[in-house]
Design a protein around this ligand. Structure first.
Ligand code: IPE
Ligand code: IPE
Ligand code: MG
Length: 247
């Protein structure tokens, strides 16, 4: 079965999971963290090379202050508890997003975890935190403009690689599969550039209910997809020799 090299997940539905049980939303987030732990371990066990989790969006800063604070506390607890497990499983932590906005104590823990796991050889776990794709693109464009103003770059030399290398995801392959839980069929400002040819998979399952069995189901659907990258099905079956270009 062909596995995605890079799997990205929009972990959605924690609030509704709690609401259905007449619990405060934060208990949904707490249950969601338990699921993160299981899914990270399962992806690492399966041999997925890159796993990217949308954990907190640029727009999520607009949520009520107590929910944002509780999410930051949960993240700090998660990082504190998971370091040992990441080291044991060879996982490298990576972070994308506008990390400067994170509370300084959480930021320090993130940087320390990234540093302590940087030489590991297993799965790269990327957490998207304070992440918005448009924000990321704006920062990348600003960096390009800065390079031009400094005389280091000629506008004619700007190509896809020049932009991609200034995104937070520089060095990561594009996702092969995106899973979004909770039945919402939207991207919510996640990896707009990087998802250009990603296979999309939507499930009604709420994130706190998402089990390794649900992951396997998504991986099975992915394995059945024919990724054509703009070519015809016949060209794909004929093999790379007959193809004109690209992938
Ligand atoms: C996803 O669950 C977690 C974050 C966005 C931080 P939600 O909190 O969005 O849950 P719903 O969508 O309200 O159910
Ligand atoms: C997307 O979920 C962000 C995360 C999962 C972290 P949201 O719940 O914030 O997205 P919308 O508001 O439904 O689009
Ligand atoms: Mg949501």
């Amino acid at each position: 079965m062909s596995l995605p090299r890079h799997l990205a997940i929009i972990m959605d539905g924690n609030g509704r999971w709690a609401q259905q049980r007449a619990l405060p939303r934060i208990l949904g987030h707490r249950q969601g963290v338990e699921v993160v732990r299981d899914i990270v371990e399962e992806c690492s066990r399966l041999g997925i090379g890159w796993l990217t989790l949308y954990a907190f969006s640029h727009e999520n800063w607009g949520r009520p202050e107590d929910e944002v604070g509780a999410l930051m506390d949960l993240l700090a607890t998660y990082l504190g508890k998971e370091l040992e497990s990441m080291l044991r499983h060879g996982i490298r932590l990576h972070v994308i997003g506008d990390i400067a906005r994170m509370p300084s104590s959480v930021r320090a823990m993130l940087l320390e975890t990234v540093e302590r796991t940087r030489d590991q050889q297993g799965m790269v776990l990327t957490l998207a935190l304070s992440y918005g794709s448009r924000d990321e693109l704006v920062r990348a464009v600003r960096s390009l403009a800065g390079a031009i103003a400094a005389g280091e770059l000629n506008p004619a030399d700007i190509d896809e690689q020049a932009l991609a290398s200034r995104l937070d995801t520089a060095g990561l392959p594009d996702p092969d599969l995106l899973i979004r839980t909770s039945g919402e069929m939207r991207i919510s400002n996640f990896l707009l550039w990087q998802l250009a040819y990603t296979e999309l998979y939507f499930t009604e399952t709420l994130w706190p209910d998402f089990k390794p069995a649900h992951l396997h189901e998504a991986l099975q659907v992915y394995a059945q997809r024919e990724r054509r990258f703009g070519l015809t099905g016949e060209q794909l079956r004929e093999g790379p020799k007959e193809r004109g270009d690209c992938h």
